[in-house]
Design a protein around this ligand. Structure first.
Ligand code: BF8
Ligand code: SF4
Length: 648
């Protein structure tokens, strides 16, 4: 096909095989559309193009000659900062609207209005609900589970709409020194929606022109995601769908079955996909599948929906973001069911080359040419059955099927509580063993590697290189989203991976506790689990007073969307060092770039870097962790790092 053949598009052998097929058949994918976009607009890449008002668009020259201000006088720093925090607001809105829907589903379930059937919604983890009620100071005496759930859901909905005060979780969960810092900076949000509205106001033409002031509000907006919208999605998701437990499953295109009906759920919200998994086990539908010549019904996931049903149901993962078109190109997907976020509109045209039906289910996300079946929590199970039936009936329409063999075993399902029950070794939920391992120098620290695939990079390559480098240096890695799927495909989420790739200290811990050196914490909203884990590490003692003291770091090495930007922002607001690549669109302003990558450390304790080489980025993360170890006067590392053998 086009120039995409000239570069390495993916390190995943399954993806390589399917891409060879699509190339041979002249079928276009995101890689081809990427190449069609070259050469890119340099102003756009550098963040110095402004189209906020109708006098523009304006662009700032990065050279000696040419305009240094927009028509209104906005500088490169103002323009780049305004657009960046608009991206933060969009990312915060995406995660938080998802959280809102989960809280609402819990409310309807508790009111008995989300009817379903015996297999419909139920409060799967009353224990988690009781825990949250205790934490929120809600009395549970003489109240039914439903009454408590209603009360909690009503309170949670106020986190979105409150116009004064502070969102709940920062003060409930974060260490006092961190809360004090946030209060000094004025970055604890009053409510999720308020901060998003204020971002849109401040970035309107003629309002906030001070790039530092804009970024500070970006941090506050992002806090409303990490410490409210996403955190509520995780907590209320655990109440409604059950708290994950360590679970074994498989990943990659090879999980699709030639002789079964394959339904791929793609997107983010667990509400519908949970029902589809349940409906796929319905004896009536299994019988129908057999009548159509299939041996059974498989439900596999793509993107974060995959992570949700993996964590709680052990459902197989078909792939990450750049696998969406490839899954369809196997010819084996009878229905591609999508809800919201990370869904390429190109899927519809692509699917027309095969027998696959693309079904949209959210009023917020329709695609021209797709079949739309509106999902409603009140009739969730009926809708799920209808969709499974469509897939079953589409099974006999398959053309040639070509499923790559590749599939890899993985362990997932880690949470703040169960991970450290594992680390405790004796079913004690305590962070002591983790802290002790860090203090003694057996473990260097913890890194969160998260985020997407980005067609600008070779799929999965940066995730794998970075994570191998980190674990070789005795850094325990926690992962979410498409990053976790990338590493799962390469076998890094298996306990045996420790012996292959981890440094000696991390190996000892993994072997003693039976965990992989890379822990899968779930979907992208579950990055809130990372924040809570960091709070627990401080609470356990010995690693400083505030989150910024911890020997930890974060990275999104193949970042793709605004949700990744907001995650970076709330991590930096929380005192973390974050390497983000490709670079945010700020490089056209040296002042803004310096603020984000240097000066902001004085403000929040965290900062960004934009290193694109994953090994160099990992070394920067390690250097930051070492800097924090030194400040805490921790013991020297017990073992020298190993050299990761990438041939294994
Ligand atoms: O919310 S990692 S490509 S799927 S955005 Fe999208 Fe990025 Fe994947 Fe999940 Ni997260
Ligand atoms: Fe140009 Fe200013 Fe309008 Fe942006 S806000 S388009 S810089 S005039």
């Amino acid at each position: 096909m086009t120039t995409s053949l000239k570069r390495k598009r993916t390190v995943d052998p399954a993806a390589q095989k399917v891409l060879a097929e699509t190339d041979a058949a002249g079928i276009e994918t995101a890689y081809d559309r990427h190449d069609e976009q070259e050469p890119r607009c340099g102003f756009g890449e550098l963040g110095i193009c402004c189209r906020i008002c109708e006098m523009g668009p304006c662009r700032i020259s990065p050279f000696d000659k040419g305009p240094k201000r927009g028509i209104c006088g906005a500088t490169a720093a103002t323009i780049a900062a305004r657009h960046l925090i608009r991206q933060v607001a969009a990312g915060a809105a995406a995660h938080s609207d998802h959280g809102h829907d989960i809280v609402n589903t819990l409310l309807h379930t508790a009111k008995g209005t989300a009817k379903g059937t015996a297999q419909g919604f139920a409060i799967k983890s009353p224990e988690r609900l009781y825990e949250l009620a205790a934490e929120w100071g809600i009395s549970t005496e003489k109240k039914s589970v439903e009454e408590i759930a209603r009360e909690m859901a009503d309170l949670a909905l106020k986190e979105f709409t409150n116009q004064e005060g502070e969102i709940r979780y920062p003060t409930l969960r974060a260490p006092k020194a961190t809360v004090d810092r946030w209060r000094r900076l004025g970055i604890i949000p009053v409510g999720i929606e308020h901060e998003i509205v204020e971002t849109l106001h401040r970035t309107h033409e003629g309002v906030d022109a001070d790039y530092k002031n804009l970024i500070m509000h970006g941090l506050r907006t992002a806090m409303g995601d990490g410490w409210a919208g996403s955190m509520l999605a995780t907590d209320f998701g655990d109440v409604l769908f059950g708290t994950p437990e360590a679970v074994r499953s498989q990943v990659n295109l090879g999980v699709l079955k030639k002789d079964e009906v394959n339904i791929v759920v793609h997107g983010h919200e667990p509400t519908l996909s949970e029902m589809v998994v349940a409906a796929s086990r319905d004896p009536e539908l299994i019988k129908l599948a057999k009548e159509k010549g299939a041996k059974g019904i498989l439900v596999g996931g793509i993107c974060c929906t995959a992570n949700e049903i993996l964590m709680r149901q052990g459902a197989p993962v078909v792939g990450n973001f750049l696998h969406q078109e490839l899954a369809v190109a196997t010819g084996a997907v009878d229905v591609m069911l999508v809800d919201v976020q990370c869904i390429m509109p190109a899927l519809v045209e692509h699917a027309q080359r095969f027998h696959t039906k693309v079904i949209t289910t959210s009023k917020k996300a329709k695609i021209p040419g797709a079949t739309h079946i509106q999902f409603d929590e009140h009739t969730a199970y009926d809708t799920a059955k209808e969709i499974v039936k469509i897939a079953v009936e589409n099974f006999p329409n398959r053309g040639p099927v070509n499923i790559p063999d590749e599939k890899t075993d993985l362990v997932a399902g880690f949470t703040v509580r169960n991970t450290f029950t594992h680390l405790g070794g004796r079913y004690r939920a305590t962070f002591r063993p983790l802290n002790d391992a860090i203090i003694s120098g057996r473990l260097r620290g913890v890194a969160a590697v998260i985020g997407c695939n980005n067609v600008k990079k070779t799929q999965d390559e940066s995730h794998l290189a970075m994570v191998r480098e980190l674990i070789a240096h005795d850094v325990l890695v926690v992962m979410t989203g498409c990053a976790a799927t990338a590493c799962a495909k390469a076998g890094l989420l298996q306990p045996e991976a420790a012996a292959k790739w981890a440094g000696k200290g991390l190996q000892e811990i993994c072997e003693a506790v039976g965990i992989p050196p890379v822990l899968h914490l779930g979907s992208c909203v579950d990055n809130s689990r990372v924040l809570v884990a960091l709070c627990e590490m401080i609470r356990e003692g010995g690693l400083g007073q505030e989150l910024a003291d911890l020997p930890i770091a974060g990275a999104a090495p193949e970042a793709m969307c605004e949700k990744a930007i907001v995650i970076g922002f709330y991590c930096v607001a929380s005192g973390a060092y974050v390497n983000y690549s490709p670079a945010m669109r700020v490089l056209g302003s040296s002042e803004l770039t310096k603020f984000l990558t240097e000066d902001i450390e004085e403000v929040t304790g965290g900062k960004f870097s934009f290193e694109g080489d994953p090994i160099k980025a990992a070394r920067l993360m390690i250097a930051h962790i070492d800097k924090k170890r030194e400040a805490l006067k921790l013991r020297p590392m017990m073992y020298a790092p190993v050299t990761p053998d990438i041939t294994k």
